[in-house]
Design a protein around this ligand. Sequence first.
Ligand code: HEM
Ligand SMILES: *[C@@H]1O[C@H](CO)[C@@H](O)[C@H](O)[C@H]1NC(C)=O
Ligand SMILES: *[C@@H]1O[C@H](CO)[C@@H](O)[C@H](O)[C@H]1NC(C)=O
Length: 345
Amino acid sequence: MQTQTPTQHHCHTHTTMAPPATFLVVFSLLALSPLYSSEDDGSLYPQFYDHSCPKAQEIVTSVVAKAVAKDTRMAASLIRLHFHDCFVQGCDASVLLDSSGTLTSEKRSNPNRNSARGFEVIEEIKSALEKECPRTVSCADILALAARDSTVMTGGPSWEVPLGRRDSLGTSVQGSNNNIPAPNNTLQTIITKFKNRGLGIVDLVALSGCHTIGNSRCTSFRQRLYNQTGNGQPDATLDPAYAAQLRARCPQSGGDQNLFPLDPVTQFKFDNQYFKNLLANKGLLNSDEVLVSGGGATAELVEKYAASMEAFFEQFAESMVKMGNITPLTGSEGEIRSRCRQINH
Ligand code: HEM
Ligand SMILES: *[C@@H]1O[C@H](CO)[C@@H](O)[C@H](O)[C@H]1NC(C)=O
Ligand SMILES: *[C@@H]1O[C@H](CO)[C@@H](O)[C@H](O)[C@H]1NC(C)=O
């Protein structure tokens, strides 16, 4: 068993027409793992590619490292892609598909348009993986691994990524518009959108901590600077000096695409500074601010993570695994795409 090369393994699964996932799970049950009690219970596990593509994780890591070395912000963009994937039809790489035929790309949705980025990095990872082990590693798993690697490379926590997701055959622009919270949603709406995906308040606050890196466009926070409640006044909860700094970069009209760091104090470092900013009334997005100004459970969690990087890191890792488990396609559902931007034909 140990002498099989990945290539032989791949050919074997194809020539016998055995559903690859079933084969793999049986294989790993025999070879490795007394932990998994059922071969088709649809659950993900970190060793999924250990035999079919043993180099999968190291290939993902090396392409992400190269991309982040070239453009540090890419780490943020890749984590966000995984989030925007998982909140729409589950973690199935639907976010990566281009429009074609009857299929409309989620790249056009309100949260993604002129905003989501990193697609070419995912495509580069995919082509490296296709060379190593064709049609084996899903685009959905690439997103999950790239999100973990991006977190680690910017100084955040690491975790084992459960694997075995498969790729969707379709998209949902409506799901992208409706399920992903908007920056001007109320706290209650944001909580509900997380709850609808099986995530609680603890997950919401910890995962929002991802705004410790990356940028926002002016258009995503302008309302707070000029006319928060329709009375022509800025958001009263925003630190006035910080608001003035933001207005300089984000005029009342125009400059929609101007960028501002979500955490201007340590914008390239994955740390708990985001929570400290919130306590100082220096959250950039309204959706950040409401975690504190809403009081109650979310504000207590913000205080907890501002006080302890360790508590934040531990919960972030746990919540990322939970987010990554949102209704994946497994077994013979969906497919393994050969390019992430289009379904196989
Ligand atoms: C809680 C609800 C959330 C809202 C309302 C929200 C909203 C936003 C908005 C409006 C931006 C700026 C987009 C732009 O203007 O181009 C942004 C950026 C970002 N978001 Fe969130 N987000 C939320 C949760 C999350 C979660 C859960 C994650 C990851 C686990 C995340 C990761 C990021 C990252 C890393 C960026 C920066 C991306 C880049 O620089 O390319 N966000 N978010
Ligand atoms: C939220 O922002 C969207 C997009 O800019 C806008 O159409 C909508 O009116 C805003 N909602 C509220 C409650 O301000
Ligand atoms: C603020 O928003 C309200 C409601 O959308 C609008 O009627 C008013 O003209 C705006 N005021 C300014 C100064 O932009």
